[in-house]
Design a protein around this ligand. Structure first.
Ligand code: DAO
Length: 171
């Protein structure tokens, strides 16, 4: 709808869905597949996110988790702290690093989060998402850039494909 309110004008960064197409899991894996995320810019300018994905909790109970996240800036504009929680209290909560390693905004994004840094400075426990705007995966022309970032993150070969079967994620 058109109401001519400047505050209501949507910019392309808002509300566009990112499909997770690859994931390096952390210990105590949570989000399995059909993972989608949306970055939102609130009216006060703060960044938030909503995400959903298939999870298995408690006694093999499968469900679609609805997650929310808020972000805090750090000195580095691409490094955020992300506080996240679920729509239900039996879902995970946490406060993780959220680093945007690379993105062209329109097609792909490489995310990285180290939860525990080892004594030698390497990452002992962390996770990383490869996001695409396309549920079918990365475009061939984005694969080299993503490969290069996986290499730089020392995570080459550690990712699994995240399927989008369109079932639970549509709920
Ligand atoms: O899946 O094991 C895991 C860790 C994922 C943490 C949950 C994050 C929920 C919010 C995601 C926002 C976009 C990255």
């Amino acid at each position: 709808a058109q109401d001519c309110q400047v505050a209501n004008i949507k910019v392309i960064f808002d509300f566009w869905t990112w499909y997770a197409v690859g994931k390096k899991d952390p210990e105590g894996l949570f989000l399995l597949d059909n993972v989608i995320a949306q970055i939102n810019i609130e009216e006060d300018g703060r960044m938030t996110a909503t995400a959903q994905g298939r999870v298995i909790i408690l006694n093999n109970w499968e469900m679609c988790a609805h997650m929310f996240a808020t972000f805090e800036d750090t000195a580095d504009p691409a490094k955020f702290k992300m506080r996240y929680w679920g729509a239900a209290n039996y879902l995970q909560t946490g406060n993780d690093d959220h680093w945007v390693i690379d993105t062209d905004y329109d097609n792909y994004a490489v995310h990285y989060s180290c939860r525990q840094v080892d004594s030698d400075g390497t990452c002992l426990d962390g996770y990383s998402f490869i996001f695409s705007r396309h549920p079918t995966g990365l475009r061939p022309e984005d694969q080299l850039a993503v490969y290069q970032k996986k290499l730089e993150l020392c995570l080459l070969g550690k990712y699994r494909r995240v399927a989008h079967t369109g079932g639970l994620a549509m709920l």
